[in-house]
Design a binder for this molecule. Structure first.
Ligand code: ATP
Ligand code: MG
Length: 580
C-alpha cells in the first residue's frame, strides 16, 4: 500500500459499500459524514476518520458532510468549531455547503422524542444517577424495571414538556427508551435519550434546557442528512443495536448503516481529547497547536504536510481490530514526503567558530558557492551560499582527541566543507573550563566546489555557515510527549519532562531569512525544520524541528534491506580495491 498506487487498498468498508452499490441499496448513492464534537482540536486519529469518510465519498462519487455533533453544551466552544474547519480544509477536503450542526436539529429531535413517547417507546424516569446504576444490573445480572416505566403516555408527554420548559433541576429526570432491562447488551437496558441541563449552548444559547444524548442524536442526525454509511470507531459496536432500534421505531426516510472500524492509537502520545485538554489546561504544552501535540494544528506547526498525513493514513489501513501504530511509522511517512519536497540548506545548531588562516581577507564575503537546492529535484537548480574567512561549524564536528572512525575535523585532519573547500585543521583554542572555543584551519583554494584536482579524497564532509552572513535563530527540538506508551496509569505522571529542547543563537544560511511557515527545509545532516508560525518574527526567527533524519522505522521493519545496503557498500569497496 503506498500513496502512489492508483487502486486504493482494499478494506472491508470499501467492500461493503461496493456490495451495497451492486445491490442498488440507497439507489446506488453514497453519503458519509465526519461528525466531530466541538470540544477540542482534531488529532491525527480524527485524520484517519476524515480521510476515510471524505475519501470513500469521493471514490464512490458520493458526498461527505461535516457535522458538528454539538449536544454537550458544557464542553463545547465556537473556538473549536473554527479550528476543526480550518484543519479539515488544510487536510484537503471541502464540505461545500454541507456544514451541519446537530443543534440545528434540536427541534426535529424533540419531535422524534415526542413521537417515541406517543408510541409508548419512551418514558420519563425520576430515578437519580445512583439508582439508575443499581437498576441497570451488570454484565452477569439482568437489570430491573424502573418504577416509572409504566407511566401513562399523557403523563410522559406532560413531564417531558416540563423538562423542556426548565421546570426541573439538572439531573432530576431523564427521558429513557423503553426497550429491555434484561437485554444482554447493556446499552439496550432502557438507555437515556434526553437529560436536563441548564448550561448555555454555544449556538442555541438558553433556548434549550434539555439536551439529547449522543445515541439518540447521532442516528437521527445521520438519518436527517440522508447518510448511507455511518462510519464510527469500534467502541460504538455495542451501540449499533440501539442506533437501529431508534430508527426502526420512528417514521424516517433513511436508515443509515453503521459500520465500525478500529480507532488509531499511536505509541508515545495520547489520542484522546480528554487527555490532550489536560496538557493544554495545565500548561504542559503551549496550547493545542504546540508542535509536540498530536493535533492536526500541532503537526502543521511542526512542519508536517497534509500529503504526509494522507500517506500515513493510507499505510495504516482500516481494520476491525484495535491496535497501536508506532510513532516511527508516522515519522517515516513525513521523511518520505519531505525528502522529495524540502529545499536543502545549511544550518549549525551548536556553533563553534572555524577560522581559515590563509583565506584572503580582501576576498571575504565575495565568494559565493553553488549549492544544490534539492538533489531529488535537480530541475530546481542551485542557490548561492556566501563563504568567508570565519565560519561556524557544529561543535560535534570537531574533536581534539578523536577515536578511530571519527572522520570529521581534528588536529591535522583534512575534511570537506560541504559545497566549498577542503580544509585542514591547524589548531584550536580553549577557555578556562577546557571547552574548545575556536578551531583554526587552512584551506586549499584548488578544491573549490568540494573536490580536489589531484583526486585526493577526504573521509568527512561537514556543514558550515559563514559567520558574518549567518542568520541567528532559535531552534526548538522535540521529543515524544510521553515517556512510555499511553497506558491507563496516571496520565500526567507519564509526561516526558524532556520533550522540548530550545537552542539559542543557532547559525543558519542567510537565505532562510525568507523562510515562511508552511515550507519545511532540510538542514543538511541535522533534520527537517520549519519556521514557527506563532513565535517567530523577522528580528528573532524561530525554527521547529519537524523530524530527524535518522530513520528508526526502516531499521526496525526491514532489517534485510538494511543488511543489503551494507553488503552493497562492502562489495563496492572490494571492487574499488580490486580496481586499484
Ligand atoms: P476523543 O476520544 O479524542 O475525544 P472522540 O471520538 O470523542 O475522540 P469525536 O470528535 O467524537 O472525538 O470524533 C469525531 C470522529 O472521529 C468520530 O467519528 C470518531 O469515531 C473519529 N475518531 C476519533 N478519534 C479517532 C481515532 N483515534 N481514530 C480514528 N477515528 C477517530
Ligand atoms: Mg465522541
Amino acid at each position: 500500500m503506498s500513496g502512489n498506487e492508483t487502486t486504493p487498498a482494499a478494506n472491508f468498508i470499501r467492500q461493503r459499500i461496493t456490495e451495497d452499490i451492486d445491490q442498488n441499496k440507497n439507489n446506488g448513492k453514497v453519503m458519509t459524514r465526519f461528525p466531530p464534537e466541538p470540544n477540542g482540536y482534531l488529532h491525527i486519529g480524527h485524520a484517519k476518520s476524515i480521510f476515510l469518510n471524505f475519501g470513500l465519498a469521493d471514490e464512490f462519487n458520493g458526498l461527505c458532510n461535516l457535522r458538528f455533533d454539538d449536544t454537550n453544551p458544557a464542553k463545547e466552544d465556537t473556538a473549536y468549531t473554527s479550528s476543526i474547519q480550518e484543519d479539515v480544509k488544510w487536510l484537503g477536503f471541502d464540505w461545500e455547503d454541507r456544514l451541519h450542526y446537530t443543534s440545528n436539529y434540536f427541534c426535529k429531535l424533540y419531535d422524534f422524542a415526542v413521537e417515541l413517547i406517543k408510541k409508548g417507546k419512551a418514558y420519563v424516569c425520576d430515578l437519580n444517577a445512583d439508582e439508575i446504576r443499581k437498576y441497570r444490573g451488570t454484565l452477569t445480572e439482568p437489570g430491573q424495571d424502573s418504577p416509572f416505566r409504566d407511566r401513562s403516555i399523557d403523563e410522559n408527554l406532560d413531564l417531558f414538556k416540563r423538562m423542556k420548559d426548565g421546570e426541573f433541576a439538572d439531573g432530576t429526570r431523564l427521558l429513557r427508551a423503553k426497550i429491555d432491562m434484561t437485554s444482554p447488551n447493556l446499552t439496550l437496558r432502557d438507555p437515556a435519550l434526553y437529560r436536563i441541563k441548564a448550561d448555555t449552548h454555544h449556538r442555541t444559547g438558553d433556548t434549550w434546557r434539555i439536551y439529547p444524548m449522543y445515541d439518540f442524536a447521532h442516528c437521527l442526525s445521520d438519518s436527517i442528512e440522508g447518510i448511507t454509511h455511518s462510519l464510527c470507531t469500534l467502541e460504538f459496536e455495542n451501540n449499533r443495536p440501539l442506533y437501529d432500534w431508534i430508527l426502526d421505531q420512528l417514521e424516517v426516510d433513511c436508515h443509515p448503516q453503521q459500520i465500525e472500524f478500529a480507532r488509531l492509537n499511536l505509541t508515545r502520545t495520547a489520542l484522546s481529547k480528554r487527555k490532550l485538554i489536560q496538557l493544554v489546561e495545565n500548561n504542559y504544552v503551549d496550547g493545542w497547536d504546540d508542535p509536540r501535540m498530536p493535533t492536526i494544528a500541532g503537526l502543521r506547526r511542526k512542519g508536517y504536510s497534509p500529503g504526509a498525513i494522507r500517506n500515513f493514513c493510507e499505510r495504516i489501513g482500516v481494520a476491525k481490530r484495535d491496535s497501536e501504530v508506532e510513532m516511527a511509522l508516522l515519522e517515516f511517512c513525513v521523511r518520505e514526503d519531505l525528502n522529495k519536497t524540502a529545499p536543502r540548506v545549511l544550518g549549525v545548531l551548536k556553533p563553534l567558530k572555524l577560522v581559515i588562516e590563509n583565506y584572503p581577507e580582501h576576498q571575504d564575503g565575495e565568494d559565493e558557492l553553488d549549492a544544490i537546492i534539492n538533489p531529488e529535484q535537480p530541475e530546481l537548480g542551485y542557490r548561492k551560499v556566501p563563504f568567508s574567512r570565519e565560519l561556524y561549524i557544529e561543535q560535534d564536528d570537531f574533536m581534539e582527541d578523536p577515536p578511530k572512525k571519527y572522520f570529521r575535523l581534528s588536529p591535522g585532519r583534512e575534511v570537506r566543507l560541504r559545497f566549498a573547500y577542503f580544509v585542514t585543521c591547524t589548531g584550536f583554542e580553549k577557555d578556562d573550563d577546557g571547552n574548545v572555543t575556536e578551531v583554526r584551519c587552512t584551506y586549499d583554494p584548488e578544491t573549490r566546489g568540494g573536490s580536489a584536482p589531484d583526486k585526493r579524497k577526504v573521509k568527512g564532509t561537514i556543514h558550515w555557515v559563514s559567520a558574518k552572513h549567518a542568520l541567528n535563530a532559535q531552534v526548538r527540538l522535540f521529543d515524544h510527549l510521553l515517556k512510555e506508551d499511553d497506558s491507563e496509569d496516571d496520565f500526567l505522571n507519564q509526561i516526558n519532562p524532556d520533550s522540548l529542547t530550545v537552542l539559542e543563537d543557532c547559525k543558519l544560511e542567510p537565505g532562510l531569512a525568507n523562510a515562511r511557515p508552511g515550507t519545511t527545509y532540510q538542514f543538511e545532516r541535522m533534520g527537517y525544520f520549519c519556521l514557527d508560525s506563532k513565535d517567530s518574527s523577522p528580528e528573532s526567527p524561530v525554527f521547529n524541528r519537524t523530524v530527524t533524519l535518522r530513520d528508526a522505522w526502516v531499521k526496525k521493519q526491514t532489517p534485510k534491506q538494511g543488511q543489503k545496503q551494507k553488503q552493497g557498500k562492502k562489495q563496492k569497496q572490494r571492487k574499488k580495491q580490486q580496481q586499484k
